[in-house]
Design a protein around this ligand. Structure first.
Ligand code: SF4
Ligand code: SF4
Length: 519
């Protein structure tokens, strides 16, 4: 029998032992991004103006489609089940165009991400754009980073109250405008605007505006970076699309480390020193509140504002720009190998420079040809093929269609004179916003005639009917064939429809059923 001390103790520790366990919830640390200036910031202003301009102004664009169709350039007419996009009109059965566009958007996102990383997140994602807009309001009212931090830490005074109320009021107005713009895509914008203010719009319009006002205000003003970090799945799946030739925002520690605020002293002591002066300008401008010098992080939306901030610092120091830059992993790794003498030492930036202090020829720099590689060729080919396919289909699609449903029960009726009658529902689709006269003709089925129920159209093998613009016309049609002409229990024939004015036509092959005994 062993006593307690004789039982062997194994060296093992639970990975989530109480000693090392992190709390599941961490309180949010407030972020006060400093205003950045530079080329990327300017580019972001331009993208922001274009994307917001498109979103807010598009419902107000007019497009003349004649007197029988709405004149709103982009309209999702849910009530009439139509989607209008300038000169294109999509019917419900043509929804594959929308599906195709979504597939193109997905493949395009793969292409962009594999070449320039999370550019979508950094420049055009609605969350990024609206947060940027909300930050403009915040900076304008409360001041830049230091002023905002001081105001936030200070006591509640009447000034602080007025500033905070003003900021949140403007945020709510932006939220309301955003929600308002959204519903204008679903109805005639000027009419709906009048109804909204007159209180006569449908309840769903007010509810939608209220919901979108709340979500825009909450996501763009209150939650900001938390939406990207905790709610959005994109940061988690993007890694699968990146490879070593994808451009991402990178801190080039092969030239920046060892960082020091006292370079002269360090150099005097014979120690190597890198270009980073540890000024934290890159951290201060980051809207996600991270330090890019810690390496690639899920939170980084690659907005490149840290590049602008650091380039500004490098300009002041008279050093080359690009301590933080868009770089590929392969270039970064090559330069790190150079700076660490093949990985045998810590970073020594003197190894990437010549005696003149310039970069060595062996330093790898990005070249545009890195974008063109098998992976991006495949994405580009897929994207182009889908686009060309959709375009071809759009240019050659029919604007006149016929669909026919044979009566299920009874399949046929034997009339008193022995002739056989079949019933059909003929659907004529006039898919242009103009009235048309459609001629319906039957081909085949020798000796048979058509008669239209509920109209004064004489029986025959052809008749003409007017069809309203942009409408579907349903006709109940009986086809009768004399008994002596019946040639089988199931014979096919064709309904041909034609617009004599435009020469557009369509055909449908239907079946005529007869009993065995009729022959
Ligand atoms: S680290 Fe740089 S690129 Fe990434 S989110 Fe922050 S500022 Fe933007
Ligand atoms: S801005 Fe540049 S120099 Fe300043 S801390 Fe960031 S990386 Fe270093």
């Amino acid at each position: 029998m062993l006593d307690n001390t004789q039982v062997e103790r194994l060296e093992a520790e639970a990975v989530n032992s109480a000693k090392v366990r992190q709390p599941m919830y961490a309180a949010r640390k407030k972020i006060f991004p400093k205003r950045a200036s530079g080329g990327f910031r300017r580019f972001k202003w331009i993208v922001m103006a274009i994307t917001l301009g498109i979103y807010y102004l598009t419902p107000w664009l007019r497009w003349d489609r004649g007197p029988f169709a709405p004149d709103q350039a982009v309209l999702l007419d849910v009530a009439n089940r139509r989607f209008y996009f300038f000169f294109i009109e999509i019917w419900p059965q043509e929804f594959y165009y929308v599906a195709g566009l979504l597939v193109m958007a997905g493949v395009g996102l793969f292409l962009i991400t594999s070449t320039v990383g999370r550019a979508w997140c950094g420049y055009t994602c609605p969350q990024t754009v609206w947060v940027d807009l909300f930050l403009v309001v915040e900076r304008t009212i409360e001041g830049d980073r230091n002023a905002r931090m001081k105001l936030d830490a200070g006591p509640w005074t009447s000034r602080k109250l007025v500033l905070r109320l003003s900021k949140h009021a403007i945020w709510l107005v932006i939220g309301a405008l955003t929600g308002g713009a959204w519903i204008f895509y679903f109805a005639d914008a000027p009419t709906l605007l009048g109804e909204l203010f007159a209180g006569t719009a449908a309840p769903v319009a007010y509810i939608t505006v209220a919901v979108l006002t709340a979500t825009t205000y909450t996501f763009g003003g209150l939650m900001r970076e938390q939406v990207c970090t905790y709610m959005c799945p994109w940061p988690r799946i993007q890694a699968a699309m990146l490879d070593e030739s994808s451009l991402t925002v990178t801190y080039n520690d092969w030239r920046g480390e060892p960082r020091s605020r006292h370079a002269k002293k360090v150099l005097a002591a014979g120690q190597p020193v890198g270009d980073c002066v540890d000024c934290n300008a890159c951290v201060a401008v980051c809207p996600m509140g991270i330090d890019i010098r810690d390496g690639q992080q899920l939170e980084c939306i690659t907005c490149a504002l840290c590049i602008d901030a650091c380039d500004g610092v490098m300009d002041k120091l008279g050093r080359e720009r690009g301590l933080i830059s868009y770089a590929t992993l392969s270039d970064y790794n090559a330069n790190m190998m150079l700076a660490t003498a093949g990985g045998s030492s810590s970073v020594n930036p003197s190894l990437v420079r010549t005696d003149d202090g310039l970069f060595s020829d062996r330093v790898a720099h990005f070249h545009i040809r890195k974008i063109f590689r098998p992976r991006t060729y495949v994405y580009m080919a897929m994207w182009s093929l889908i686009g060309l396919g959709l375009l071809y289909s759009l240019m050659t699609r029919d604007r006149l269609e016929v669909n026919v449903l044979h009566d299920r029960n009874p399949q046929f009726v034997t009339l008193s004179d022995g002739s056989i009658r079949n019933g059909y529902t003929v659907k004529l689709l006039n898919m242009i916003p103009e009235p048309r006269t459609i001629v319906v003709t039957m081909q085949g089925l020798h000796g048979a005639e058509m008669s239209v129920v509920g109209g004064d159209i004489p029986a025959g093998r052809s008749f003409a009917v007017p069809v309203e613009p942009d409408r579907l016309k349903m006709l109940k049609v009986f086809v009768r064939q004399p008994a002596d002409q019946i040639q089988g229990t199931a014979r096919t024939f064709t309904f041909r429809v034609e617009d004599k004015a435009s020469f557009e036509s369509d055909e449908y092959t239907a079946t005529f059923n007869a009993p065995e005994t009729a022959r």
